[in-house]
Design a protein around this ligand. Sequence first.
Ligand code: ADP
Ligand code: ZN
Ligand code: MG
Length: 485
Amino acid sequence: MQYEPVIGLEVHAQLRTRSKVFCGCSTRFGAPPNSQTCPVCLGLPGSLPVVNGRAVEMAAMAGLALDCRINRRSLLARKNYFYPDLPKGYQISQFEEPLAVDGRVRVPLPDRGTPGVPGTLRELDVGIIRVHLEEDAGKSIHAARQDTLVNLNRCGVPLMEIVTCPDLRSGREASDFLDYLRRVLIFLSLCDGNMEEGSLRCDANVSVRPVGETSLGTKTEIKNLNSFRFLNKALDYEIRRQVRVLESGRQVVQETRLWEEDREETRPMRSKEEAHDYRYFPDPDLLPIVIPAERLEEIRKTMPELPADRARRFGSQYGLDPGDTLVATRTPEFADYFEASAERARNPKSVLNWMVGDVTHRLRKDGRGLHESPVKASDLGELIRLLDDGTISGKMAKGVFDRMYETGKSPGAIVREQNLAQISDRSELETVVSGILESHSEAVERYRNGKRGLLGFFVGQVMRQTRGQANPKMVNELLRKMLDQ
Ligand code: ADP
Ligand code: ZN
Ligand code: MG
């Protein structure tokens, strides 16, 4: 029997606010343990939470970007459970009436298609069940042969939970979706997307069913997937495991499982019977969240361009082919650099080639990011312009780029300084070429008698005399013209 995997993701994204969601404590990562706490986020008796308006607006913007319906009024609820990293004994979250519901995301993906035919894009359509606001818990550290330690700096850090419909069909689709969602959040400056620091986390729900079956199978939920690689590997493993279970005539048990990277397998964490009853109820200390329609319109208007829209625009405005539009919109930084450079260069394809080539290689060698590039975007554009208008040759351009990278100087300044400019003056080159032909009359004779291979010899002579600065295309043209007359 053939089985079809069915996957839905629950993504937690830390909102990029300076302060926590219900108190004024800082959200900065990496501070000394327990240095960023106060009575509110420690849950001390008598303290009262106040919702961070920025966090609400950011979650609402995410909802708009994911094509959701934003509930004008939503509720903050207590999710009750006991754990040492949760000093209040409950997490403030949203249950009934979340901030945003019923969205969808169209993930643009390259479609390689037929070899030789320019690639197109295909879209992966993923429904969004809900987007809600909640607070993070602290972090327990279980070191070997030591007491368990608790760091409460994360308590009350604003999170947004994004829950997808069970629309994904493979580990690959799940990670393609997560990659695009991450880019959306980064382009909108809502989340830094750093999975290593835990700013973006993902749980995966997965089941399998016979191909053709329309009802859903029993699912398991996999926790602890803090990289794209783990998400992919864990899902592939879990899909294989569930198929094996069904094929041996047993049933999949609905449970939460944990990905164990060392053993490359998932193992049970808790079953449905052990699942908590969280006794959700609206938090009596907090008012419902109400976003006025005018405010929502303002948020919509100030929303930066989404990566897919930007990619589409790069296609029409700069004539990039579909695959290249995705490359150029990997990060907002890359897209900004590309645009600033393309404006100056007037040769967008060449800008992109330089960016993924020389620029990226040099930066990577030095462990630098694009924002630390000594070569400014407009200067790269200028370099490409000098190359395209024949002022410098391709070979010279490489050298000029290296100088630009080392000194931060503009290409124009370097070309002047090193007297590099290519000779593209027709009459100047004509003089050189006819001089060379006169002093090699014997070779000219042999060329005219059919030894066409000598053309390279003449080109070499002209290049030698001009110390490599003659425009090669023009030299070839002139030589042919004068030799063939
Ligand atoms: P729960 O009540 O267990 O939290 P939800 O209905 O809230 O489950 O869904 C949580 C996530 O699990 C969503 O991403 C949803 O798409 C996914 N999901 C639900 N049922 C299934 C299933 N049978 N197979 C795979 N994913 C599922
Ligand atoms: Zn606090
Ligand atoms: Mg649920």
